[in-house]
Design a protein around this ligand. Structure first.
Ligand code: ADP
Ligand code: MG
Length: 744
């Protein structure tokens, strides 16, 4: 042993790759390190059938010489050090050493270099050189409430620079891995570019499933391990091997996993069609939100019993009041509770088995750190009293069928859209904007903090509810998203579920000890979750409402796995921009078949009408036969081809001023004839209508009236082509998801 090597100290866990994981975690914690020995990580991988290079740990040049005796050249030398995280950044990796002399020499040199730079050197790892190939990164981070999230991407030392990575929640399947690979910009590198041989993708898929699959490495790691970085996994023309493995443990020992009380399956009918409603918080003299609630309820035509609850008053809003939820004339289906936070637990405790659902509007609970304790008391009181709790910190429940609502001037016609919102304010926005754009609701429930009833539970209700055809979710918590994913995976689903997610910024990513931890931001996790759950993810409130409208109006099937769109309407530049917008959401405006062009030519349309897709028809063409020409044009297209969707767009101001002298209402004629063409091909292609305004108040009023007319005939109507493009993308995405589900 040389003098320098005498200073090397190698902990038992680093030497012995087969050391017990628990012992290794303890040893790391004692030494203040958060990274487990590479050799141990590789041992765990081999136990799961994942190939790693053969290797061993040594502490001196002499041991290095001996070790190479049972390894095959060339060799790789790596430092084992608690202070060196990214080894190659500090010269702690030498690749391609030819023989024992080179290994021994490099051990001496590397040790001296690193110690001079102030690093602790515990020893060295000598391993065989893996066959050359494409470097891939496979990683995972444990997220609270989510479990492990797996990352796959282009690997090597530039992972954070390239950021060509994609995520899935564990466990993952082979199908997930294939999909993930397809999402990488650099996917073609695996197929072999510029003369490089193709990589063994099957072997890579095997490795990823062995890591993140149902019984993979991740599923078997103790809770202390919070980050995993396998970078790189080298995928050769034959086989794949993990050549660097880092397991990172949490700063503090993992707490005992909280036992989640899985709620009994709940029948939410009493929530959405309550026979009795109690209102806590209305005043005998003033006007509180609870007074307004009673007035809205009556204005909305609620015909069950309303029981105001008040400690002293006898009459509230002209109704006899009860002293507590325990003293109402009959048991209560639904209680609306809007009193000071501190008195809410006591209010619910008094219910004592006589209230099925209580929606707590009051804030001052878990949404702030100071209220966390009170929220725990509230949940305990509700559980004790046998009440299912909605909220706290929410706004209410709207159900046209049950004639209950929490907003004034709310849409009373029952419909097929079910809405679950983690935000109260946003549920009102969805109601209001949705009403304007033609949505009709089967139910809207705001859950606020969601201390008891979860979005996932209500999702189950809406999926089972025959009146509901499409479900909207507004979520702010990935953990709730995980529960939604679990629901959607555990049962057959045919209804579309549209997700608007708040908190989609990169801020979820943290200063981490792994590449994966540094890259796993919420902006990447939400799309991963949506993809796995088969959710339609939208970016804005407006897109949410438009997607819901498309699903409400359109018959759904699994027919269209295509992405072809035919555009028809007036405005050349508008069509060009629309083509771009469609491309951005993954749809195309392809050339029409010869047969279609011939059929269009045979119509003898006025000059200036294009016979190619997009079908530009100037206002004078649209005026032919008082607008009936639209049916002939669309039928010519639909009789000879099957696009996934047809988007018709009408510039209302232009058409109206061009046809001002016409005897009949050309706009109405156009809408009716588009609707007839739609009726003939309803199960073949989707039909969307854009009614464009120029902002002039008079034109706006006309647009609103024509929009009503089009909605009546069943067409989904949008304000601009970009809106129709994203709604069409939503429809077609859902049908692709359905086709995928049908295959399983
Ligand atoms: P770092 O801590 O810097 O990530 P690695 O163990 O990943 O260190 O080694 C750095 C690089 O060296 C890897 O990205 C890979 O290209 C190469 N390498 C490491 N080990 C091997 C091996 N056994 N066979 C082939 N190449 C290797
Ligand atoms: Mg590495």
């Amino acid at each position: 042993m040389t003098d320098t090597a005498a200073s090397v100290r190698l902990p038992a866990t680093a030497l012995d790759g087969s050391a017990d994981l628990g012992t290794a975690v303890e040893a790391a914690r004692r030494s203040g390190s958060r990274v487990l020995p590479e050799l141990l990580a590789k041992h765990l991988l081999r136990e799961r059938g994942v190939p790693t290079p053969r290797g061993t740990a040594v502490v001196s040049p002499e041991e290095g010489r001996t070790a190479v005796g049972w390894l095959t050249a060339p060799y790789v030398l790596k430092v084992i050090s608690p202070t060196v995280v990214h080894k190659s950044d500090l010269g702690g990796v030498r690749v391609g050493l030819a023989d024992a002399d080179e290994v021994a020499g490099e051990i001496t040199a590397m040790e001296q270099r690193l110690q001079e730079a102030g690093h602790d050197v515990d020893g060295f790892l000598i391993e065989e050189l893996a066959p050359a190939g494409q470097e891939i990164v496979v990683g995972a981070v444990r997220e609270p409430g989510l479990g492990f999230v797996l990352m796959l991407g282009l690997g090597g030392v530039f992972v954070e620079v390239l950021r060509d990575v994609t995520f899935r929640l564990c466990p993952i399947t082979r199908g997930d891995v294939v999909e993930m690979l397809g999402e990488l910009r650099g996917r073609s590198l695996l197929d072999g570019v510029r003369g490089a041989p193709a990589a063994d993708v099957d072997a890579l898929v095997d490795v990823v499933v062995a890591i993140g699959g149902a019984d993979g490495l991740l599923a078997n790691l103790p809770p202390d391990v919070v980050e995993v970085d396998l970078n790189p996994v080298i995928v050769a023309p034959r086989g794949a091997a993990v050549v660097d493995a880092r397991l990172v443990i949490s700063r503090d020992p993992a707490p005992e996993a909280a036992v989640h009380r899985a709620p009994e399956p709940t029948d939410f009918c009493a929530l959405l069609t309550p026979k009795t409603v109690a209102v806590v918080g209305a005043s005998a003299r003033g006007t509180t939100p609870a007074n307004l609630y009673i007035r809205n309820l009556r204005a909305f035509g609620y015909h069950g019993d309303i029981y105001p609850v008040h400690p002293t008053a006898d009459l509230i809003e002209g109704l006899p009041a009860s002293r507590s939820l325990g003293e109402t004339p009959t048991p209560v289906d639904y209680a609306y509770v809007a009193v000071a936070a501190a008195s809410v637990p006591g209010t619910l405790a008094a219910a004592d088995g006589r209230v099925r659902f209580a929606q707590v509007i009051s804030s001052g609970f878990g949404e702030t750190p100071e209220g966390a304790d009170l929220e725990r008391q509230l949940v305990a009181a509700a559980e004790q009293a046998g009440v299912r709790l909605l909220g706290p910190n929410c706004l209410g429940t709207h159900s046209p069928h049950g004639r209950v609502t929490f907003v004034d001037r709310s849409p009373s016609e029952p419909g097929s859209v079910g809405v679950i919102s983690q935000s109260g304010g946003l549920s009102v926005d969805i109601l209001r904007l949705g009403q304007e754009r033609g949505l009709r609701f089967s139910g809207v429930v705001s859950l606020g903090n969601g201390a008891d009833v979860s979005p996932a539970e209500l999702l189950t209700h809406f999926l089972d509810d025959p009146a509901t055809g499409v479900v909207a979710l507004y979520l702010e918590s990935l953990a709730e998203g995980r529960r939604v994913l679990d629901v959607l995976r555990s049962r057959p689903v045919d209804k579309p579920v549209v997700l608007l997610a708040g908190g989609r910024t990169a801020s979820g990513a943290r200063a981490a000890l792994s590449h994966t931890g540094a890259l796993a931001g919420n902006h990447l996790l939400w799309p991963a979750l949506a993809r796995q759950a088969g959710l339609v993810l939208v970016d804005t409130l407006s897109q949410l409402v438009d997607a819901l409208l498309a699903f409400q109006q359109e018959a759904l099937g699994t027919r269209s796995t295509g992405t072809d769109v035919v555009l028809f309407g007036n405005g050349g530049g508008t069509s060009v921009l629309a083509t771009d917008a469609l491309e951005r959401v993954g749809l195309q405006v392809p050339n029409l078949p010869e047969e279609t062009v011939a059929a269009l030519r045979a119509l003898g349309l006025p000059p200036g009408t294009s016979l190619v897709n997009p079908l530009d028809a100037p206002a004078w063409t649209l005026a032919v036969d008082d607008g009936q020409v639209a049916e002939r044009i669309l039928s010519a297209v639909l009789d000879t081809s099957s696009p996934a969707a047809v988007i018709s767009h009408l510039n209302v101001g232009i058409i109206m001023s061009n046809t001002a002298t016409a005897e009949s209402d050309v706009m109405a004629g156009l809408i009716d004839s588009i609707a007839r063409a739609r009726d003939r091909s309803r199960h073949q292609s989707h039909h969307l209508l854009v009614l464009r305004s120029d902002g002039n108040p008079a034109v706006e009023r006309h647009v609103q009236a024509y929009r009503e007319r089009a909605l009546q005939s069943g067409l989904p109507v949008f304000g601009e082509l970009v809106d129709a493009a994203s709604a069409a993308a939503a429809l077609l995405l859902h049908e692709r998801v359905q086709a995928r589900r049908a295959q399983r």
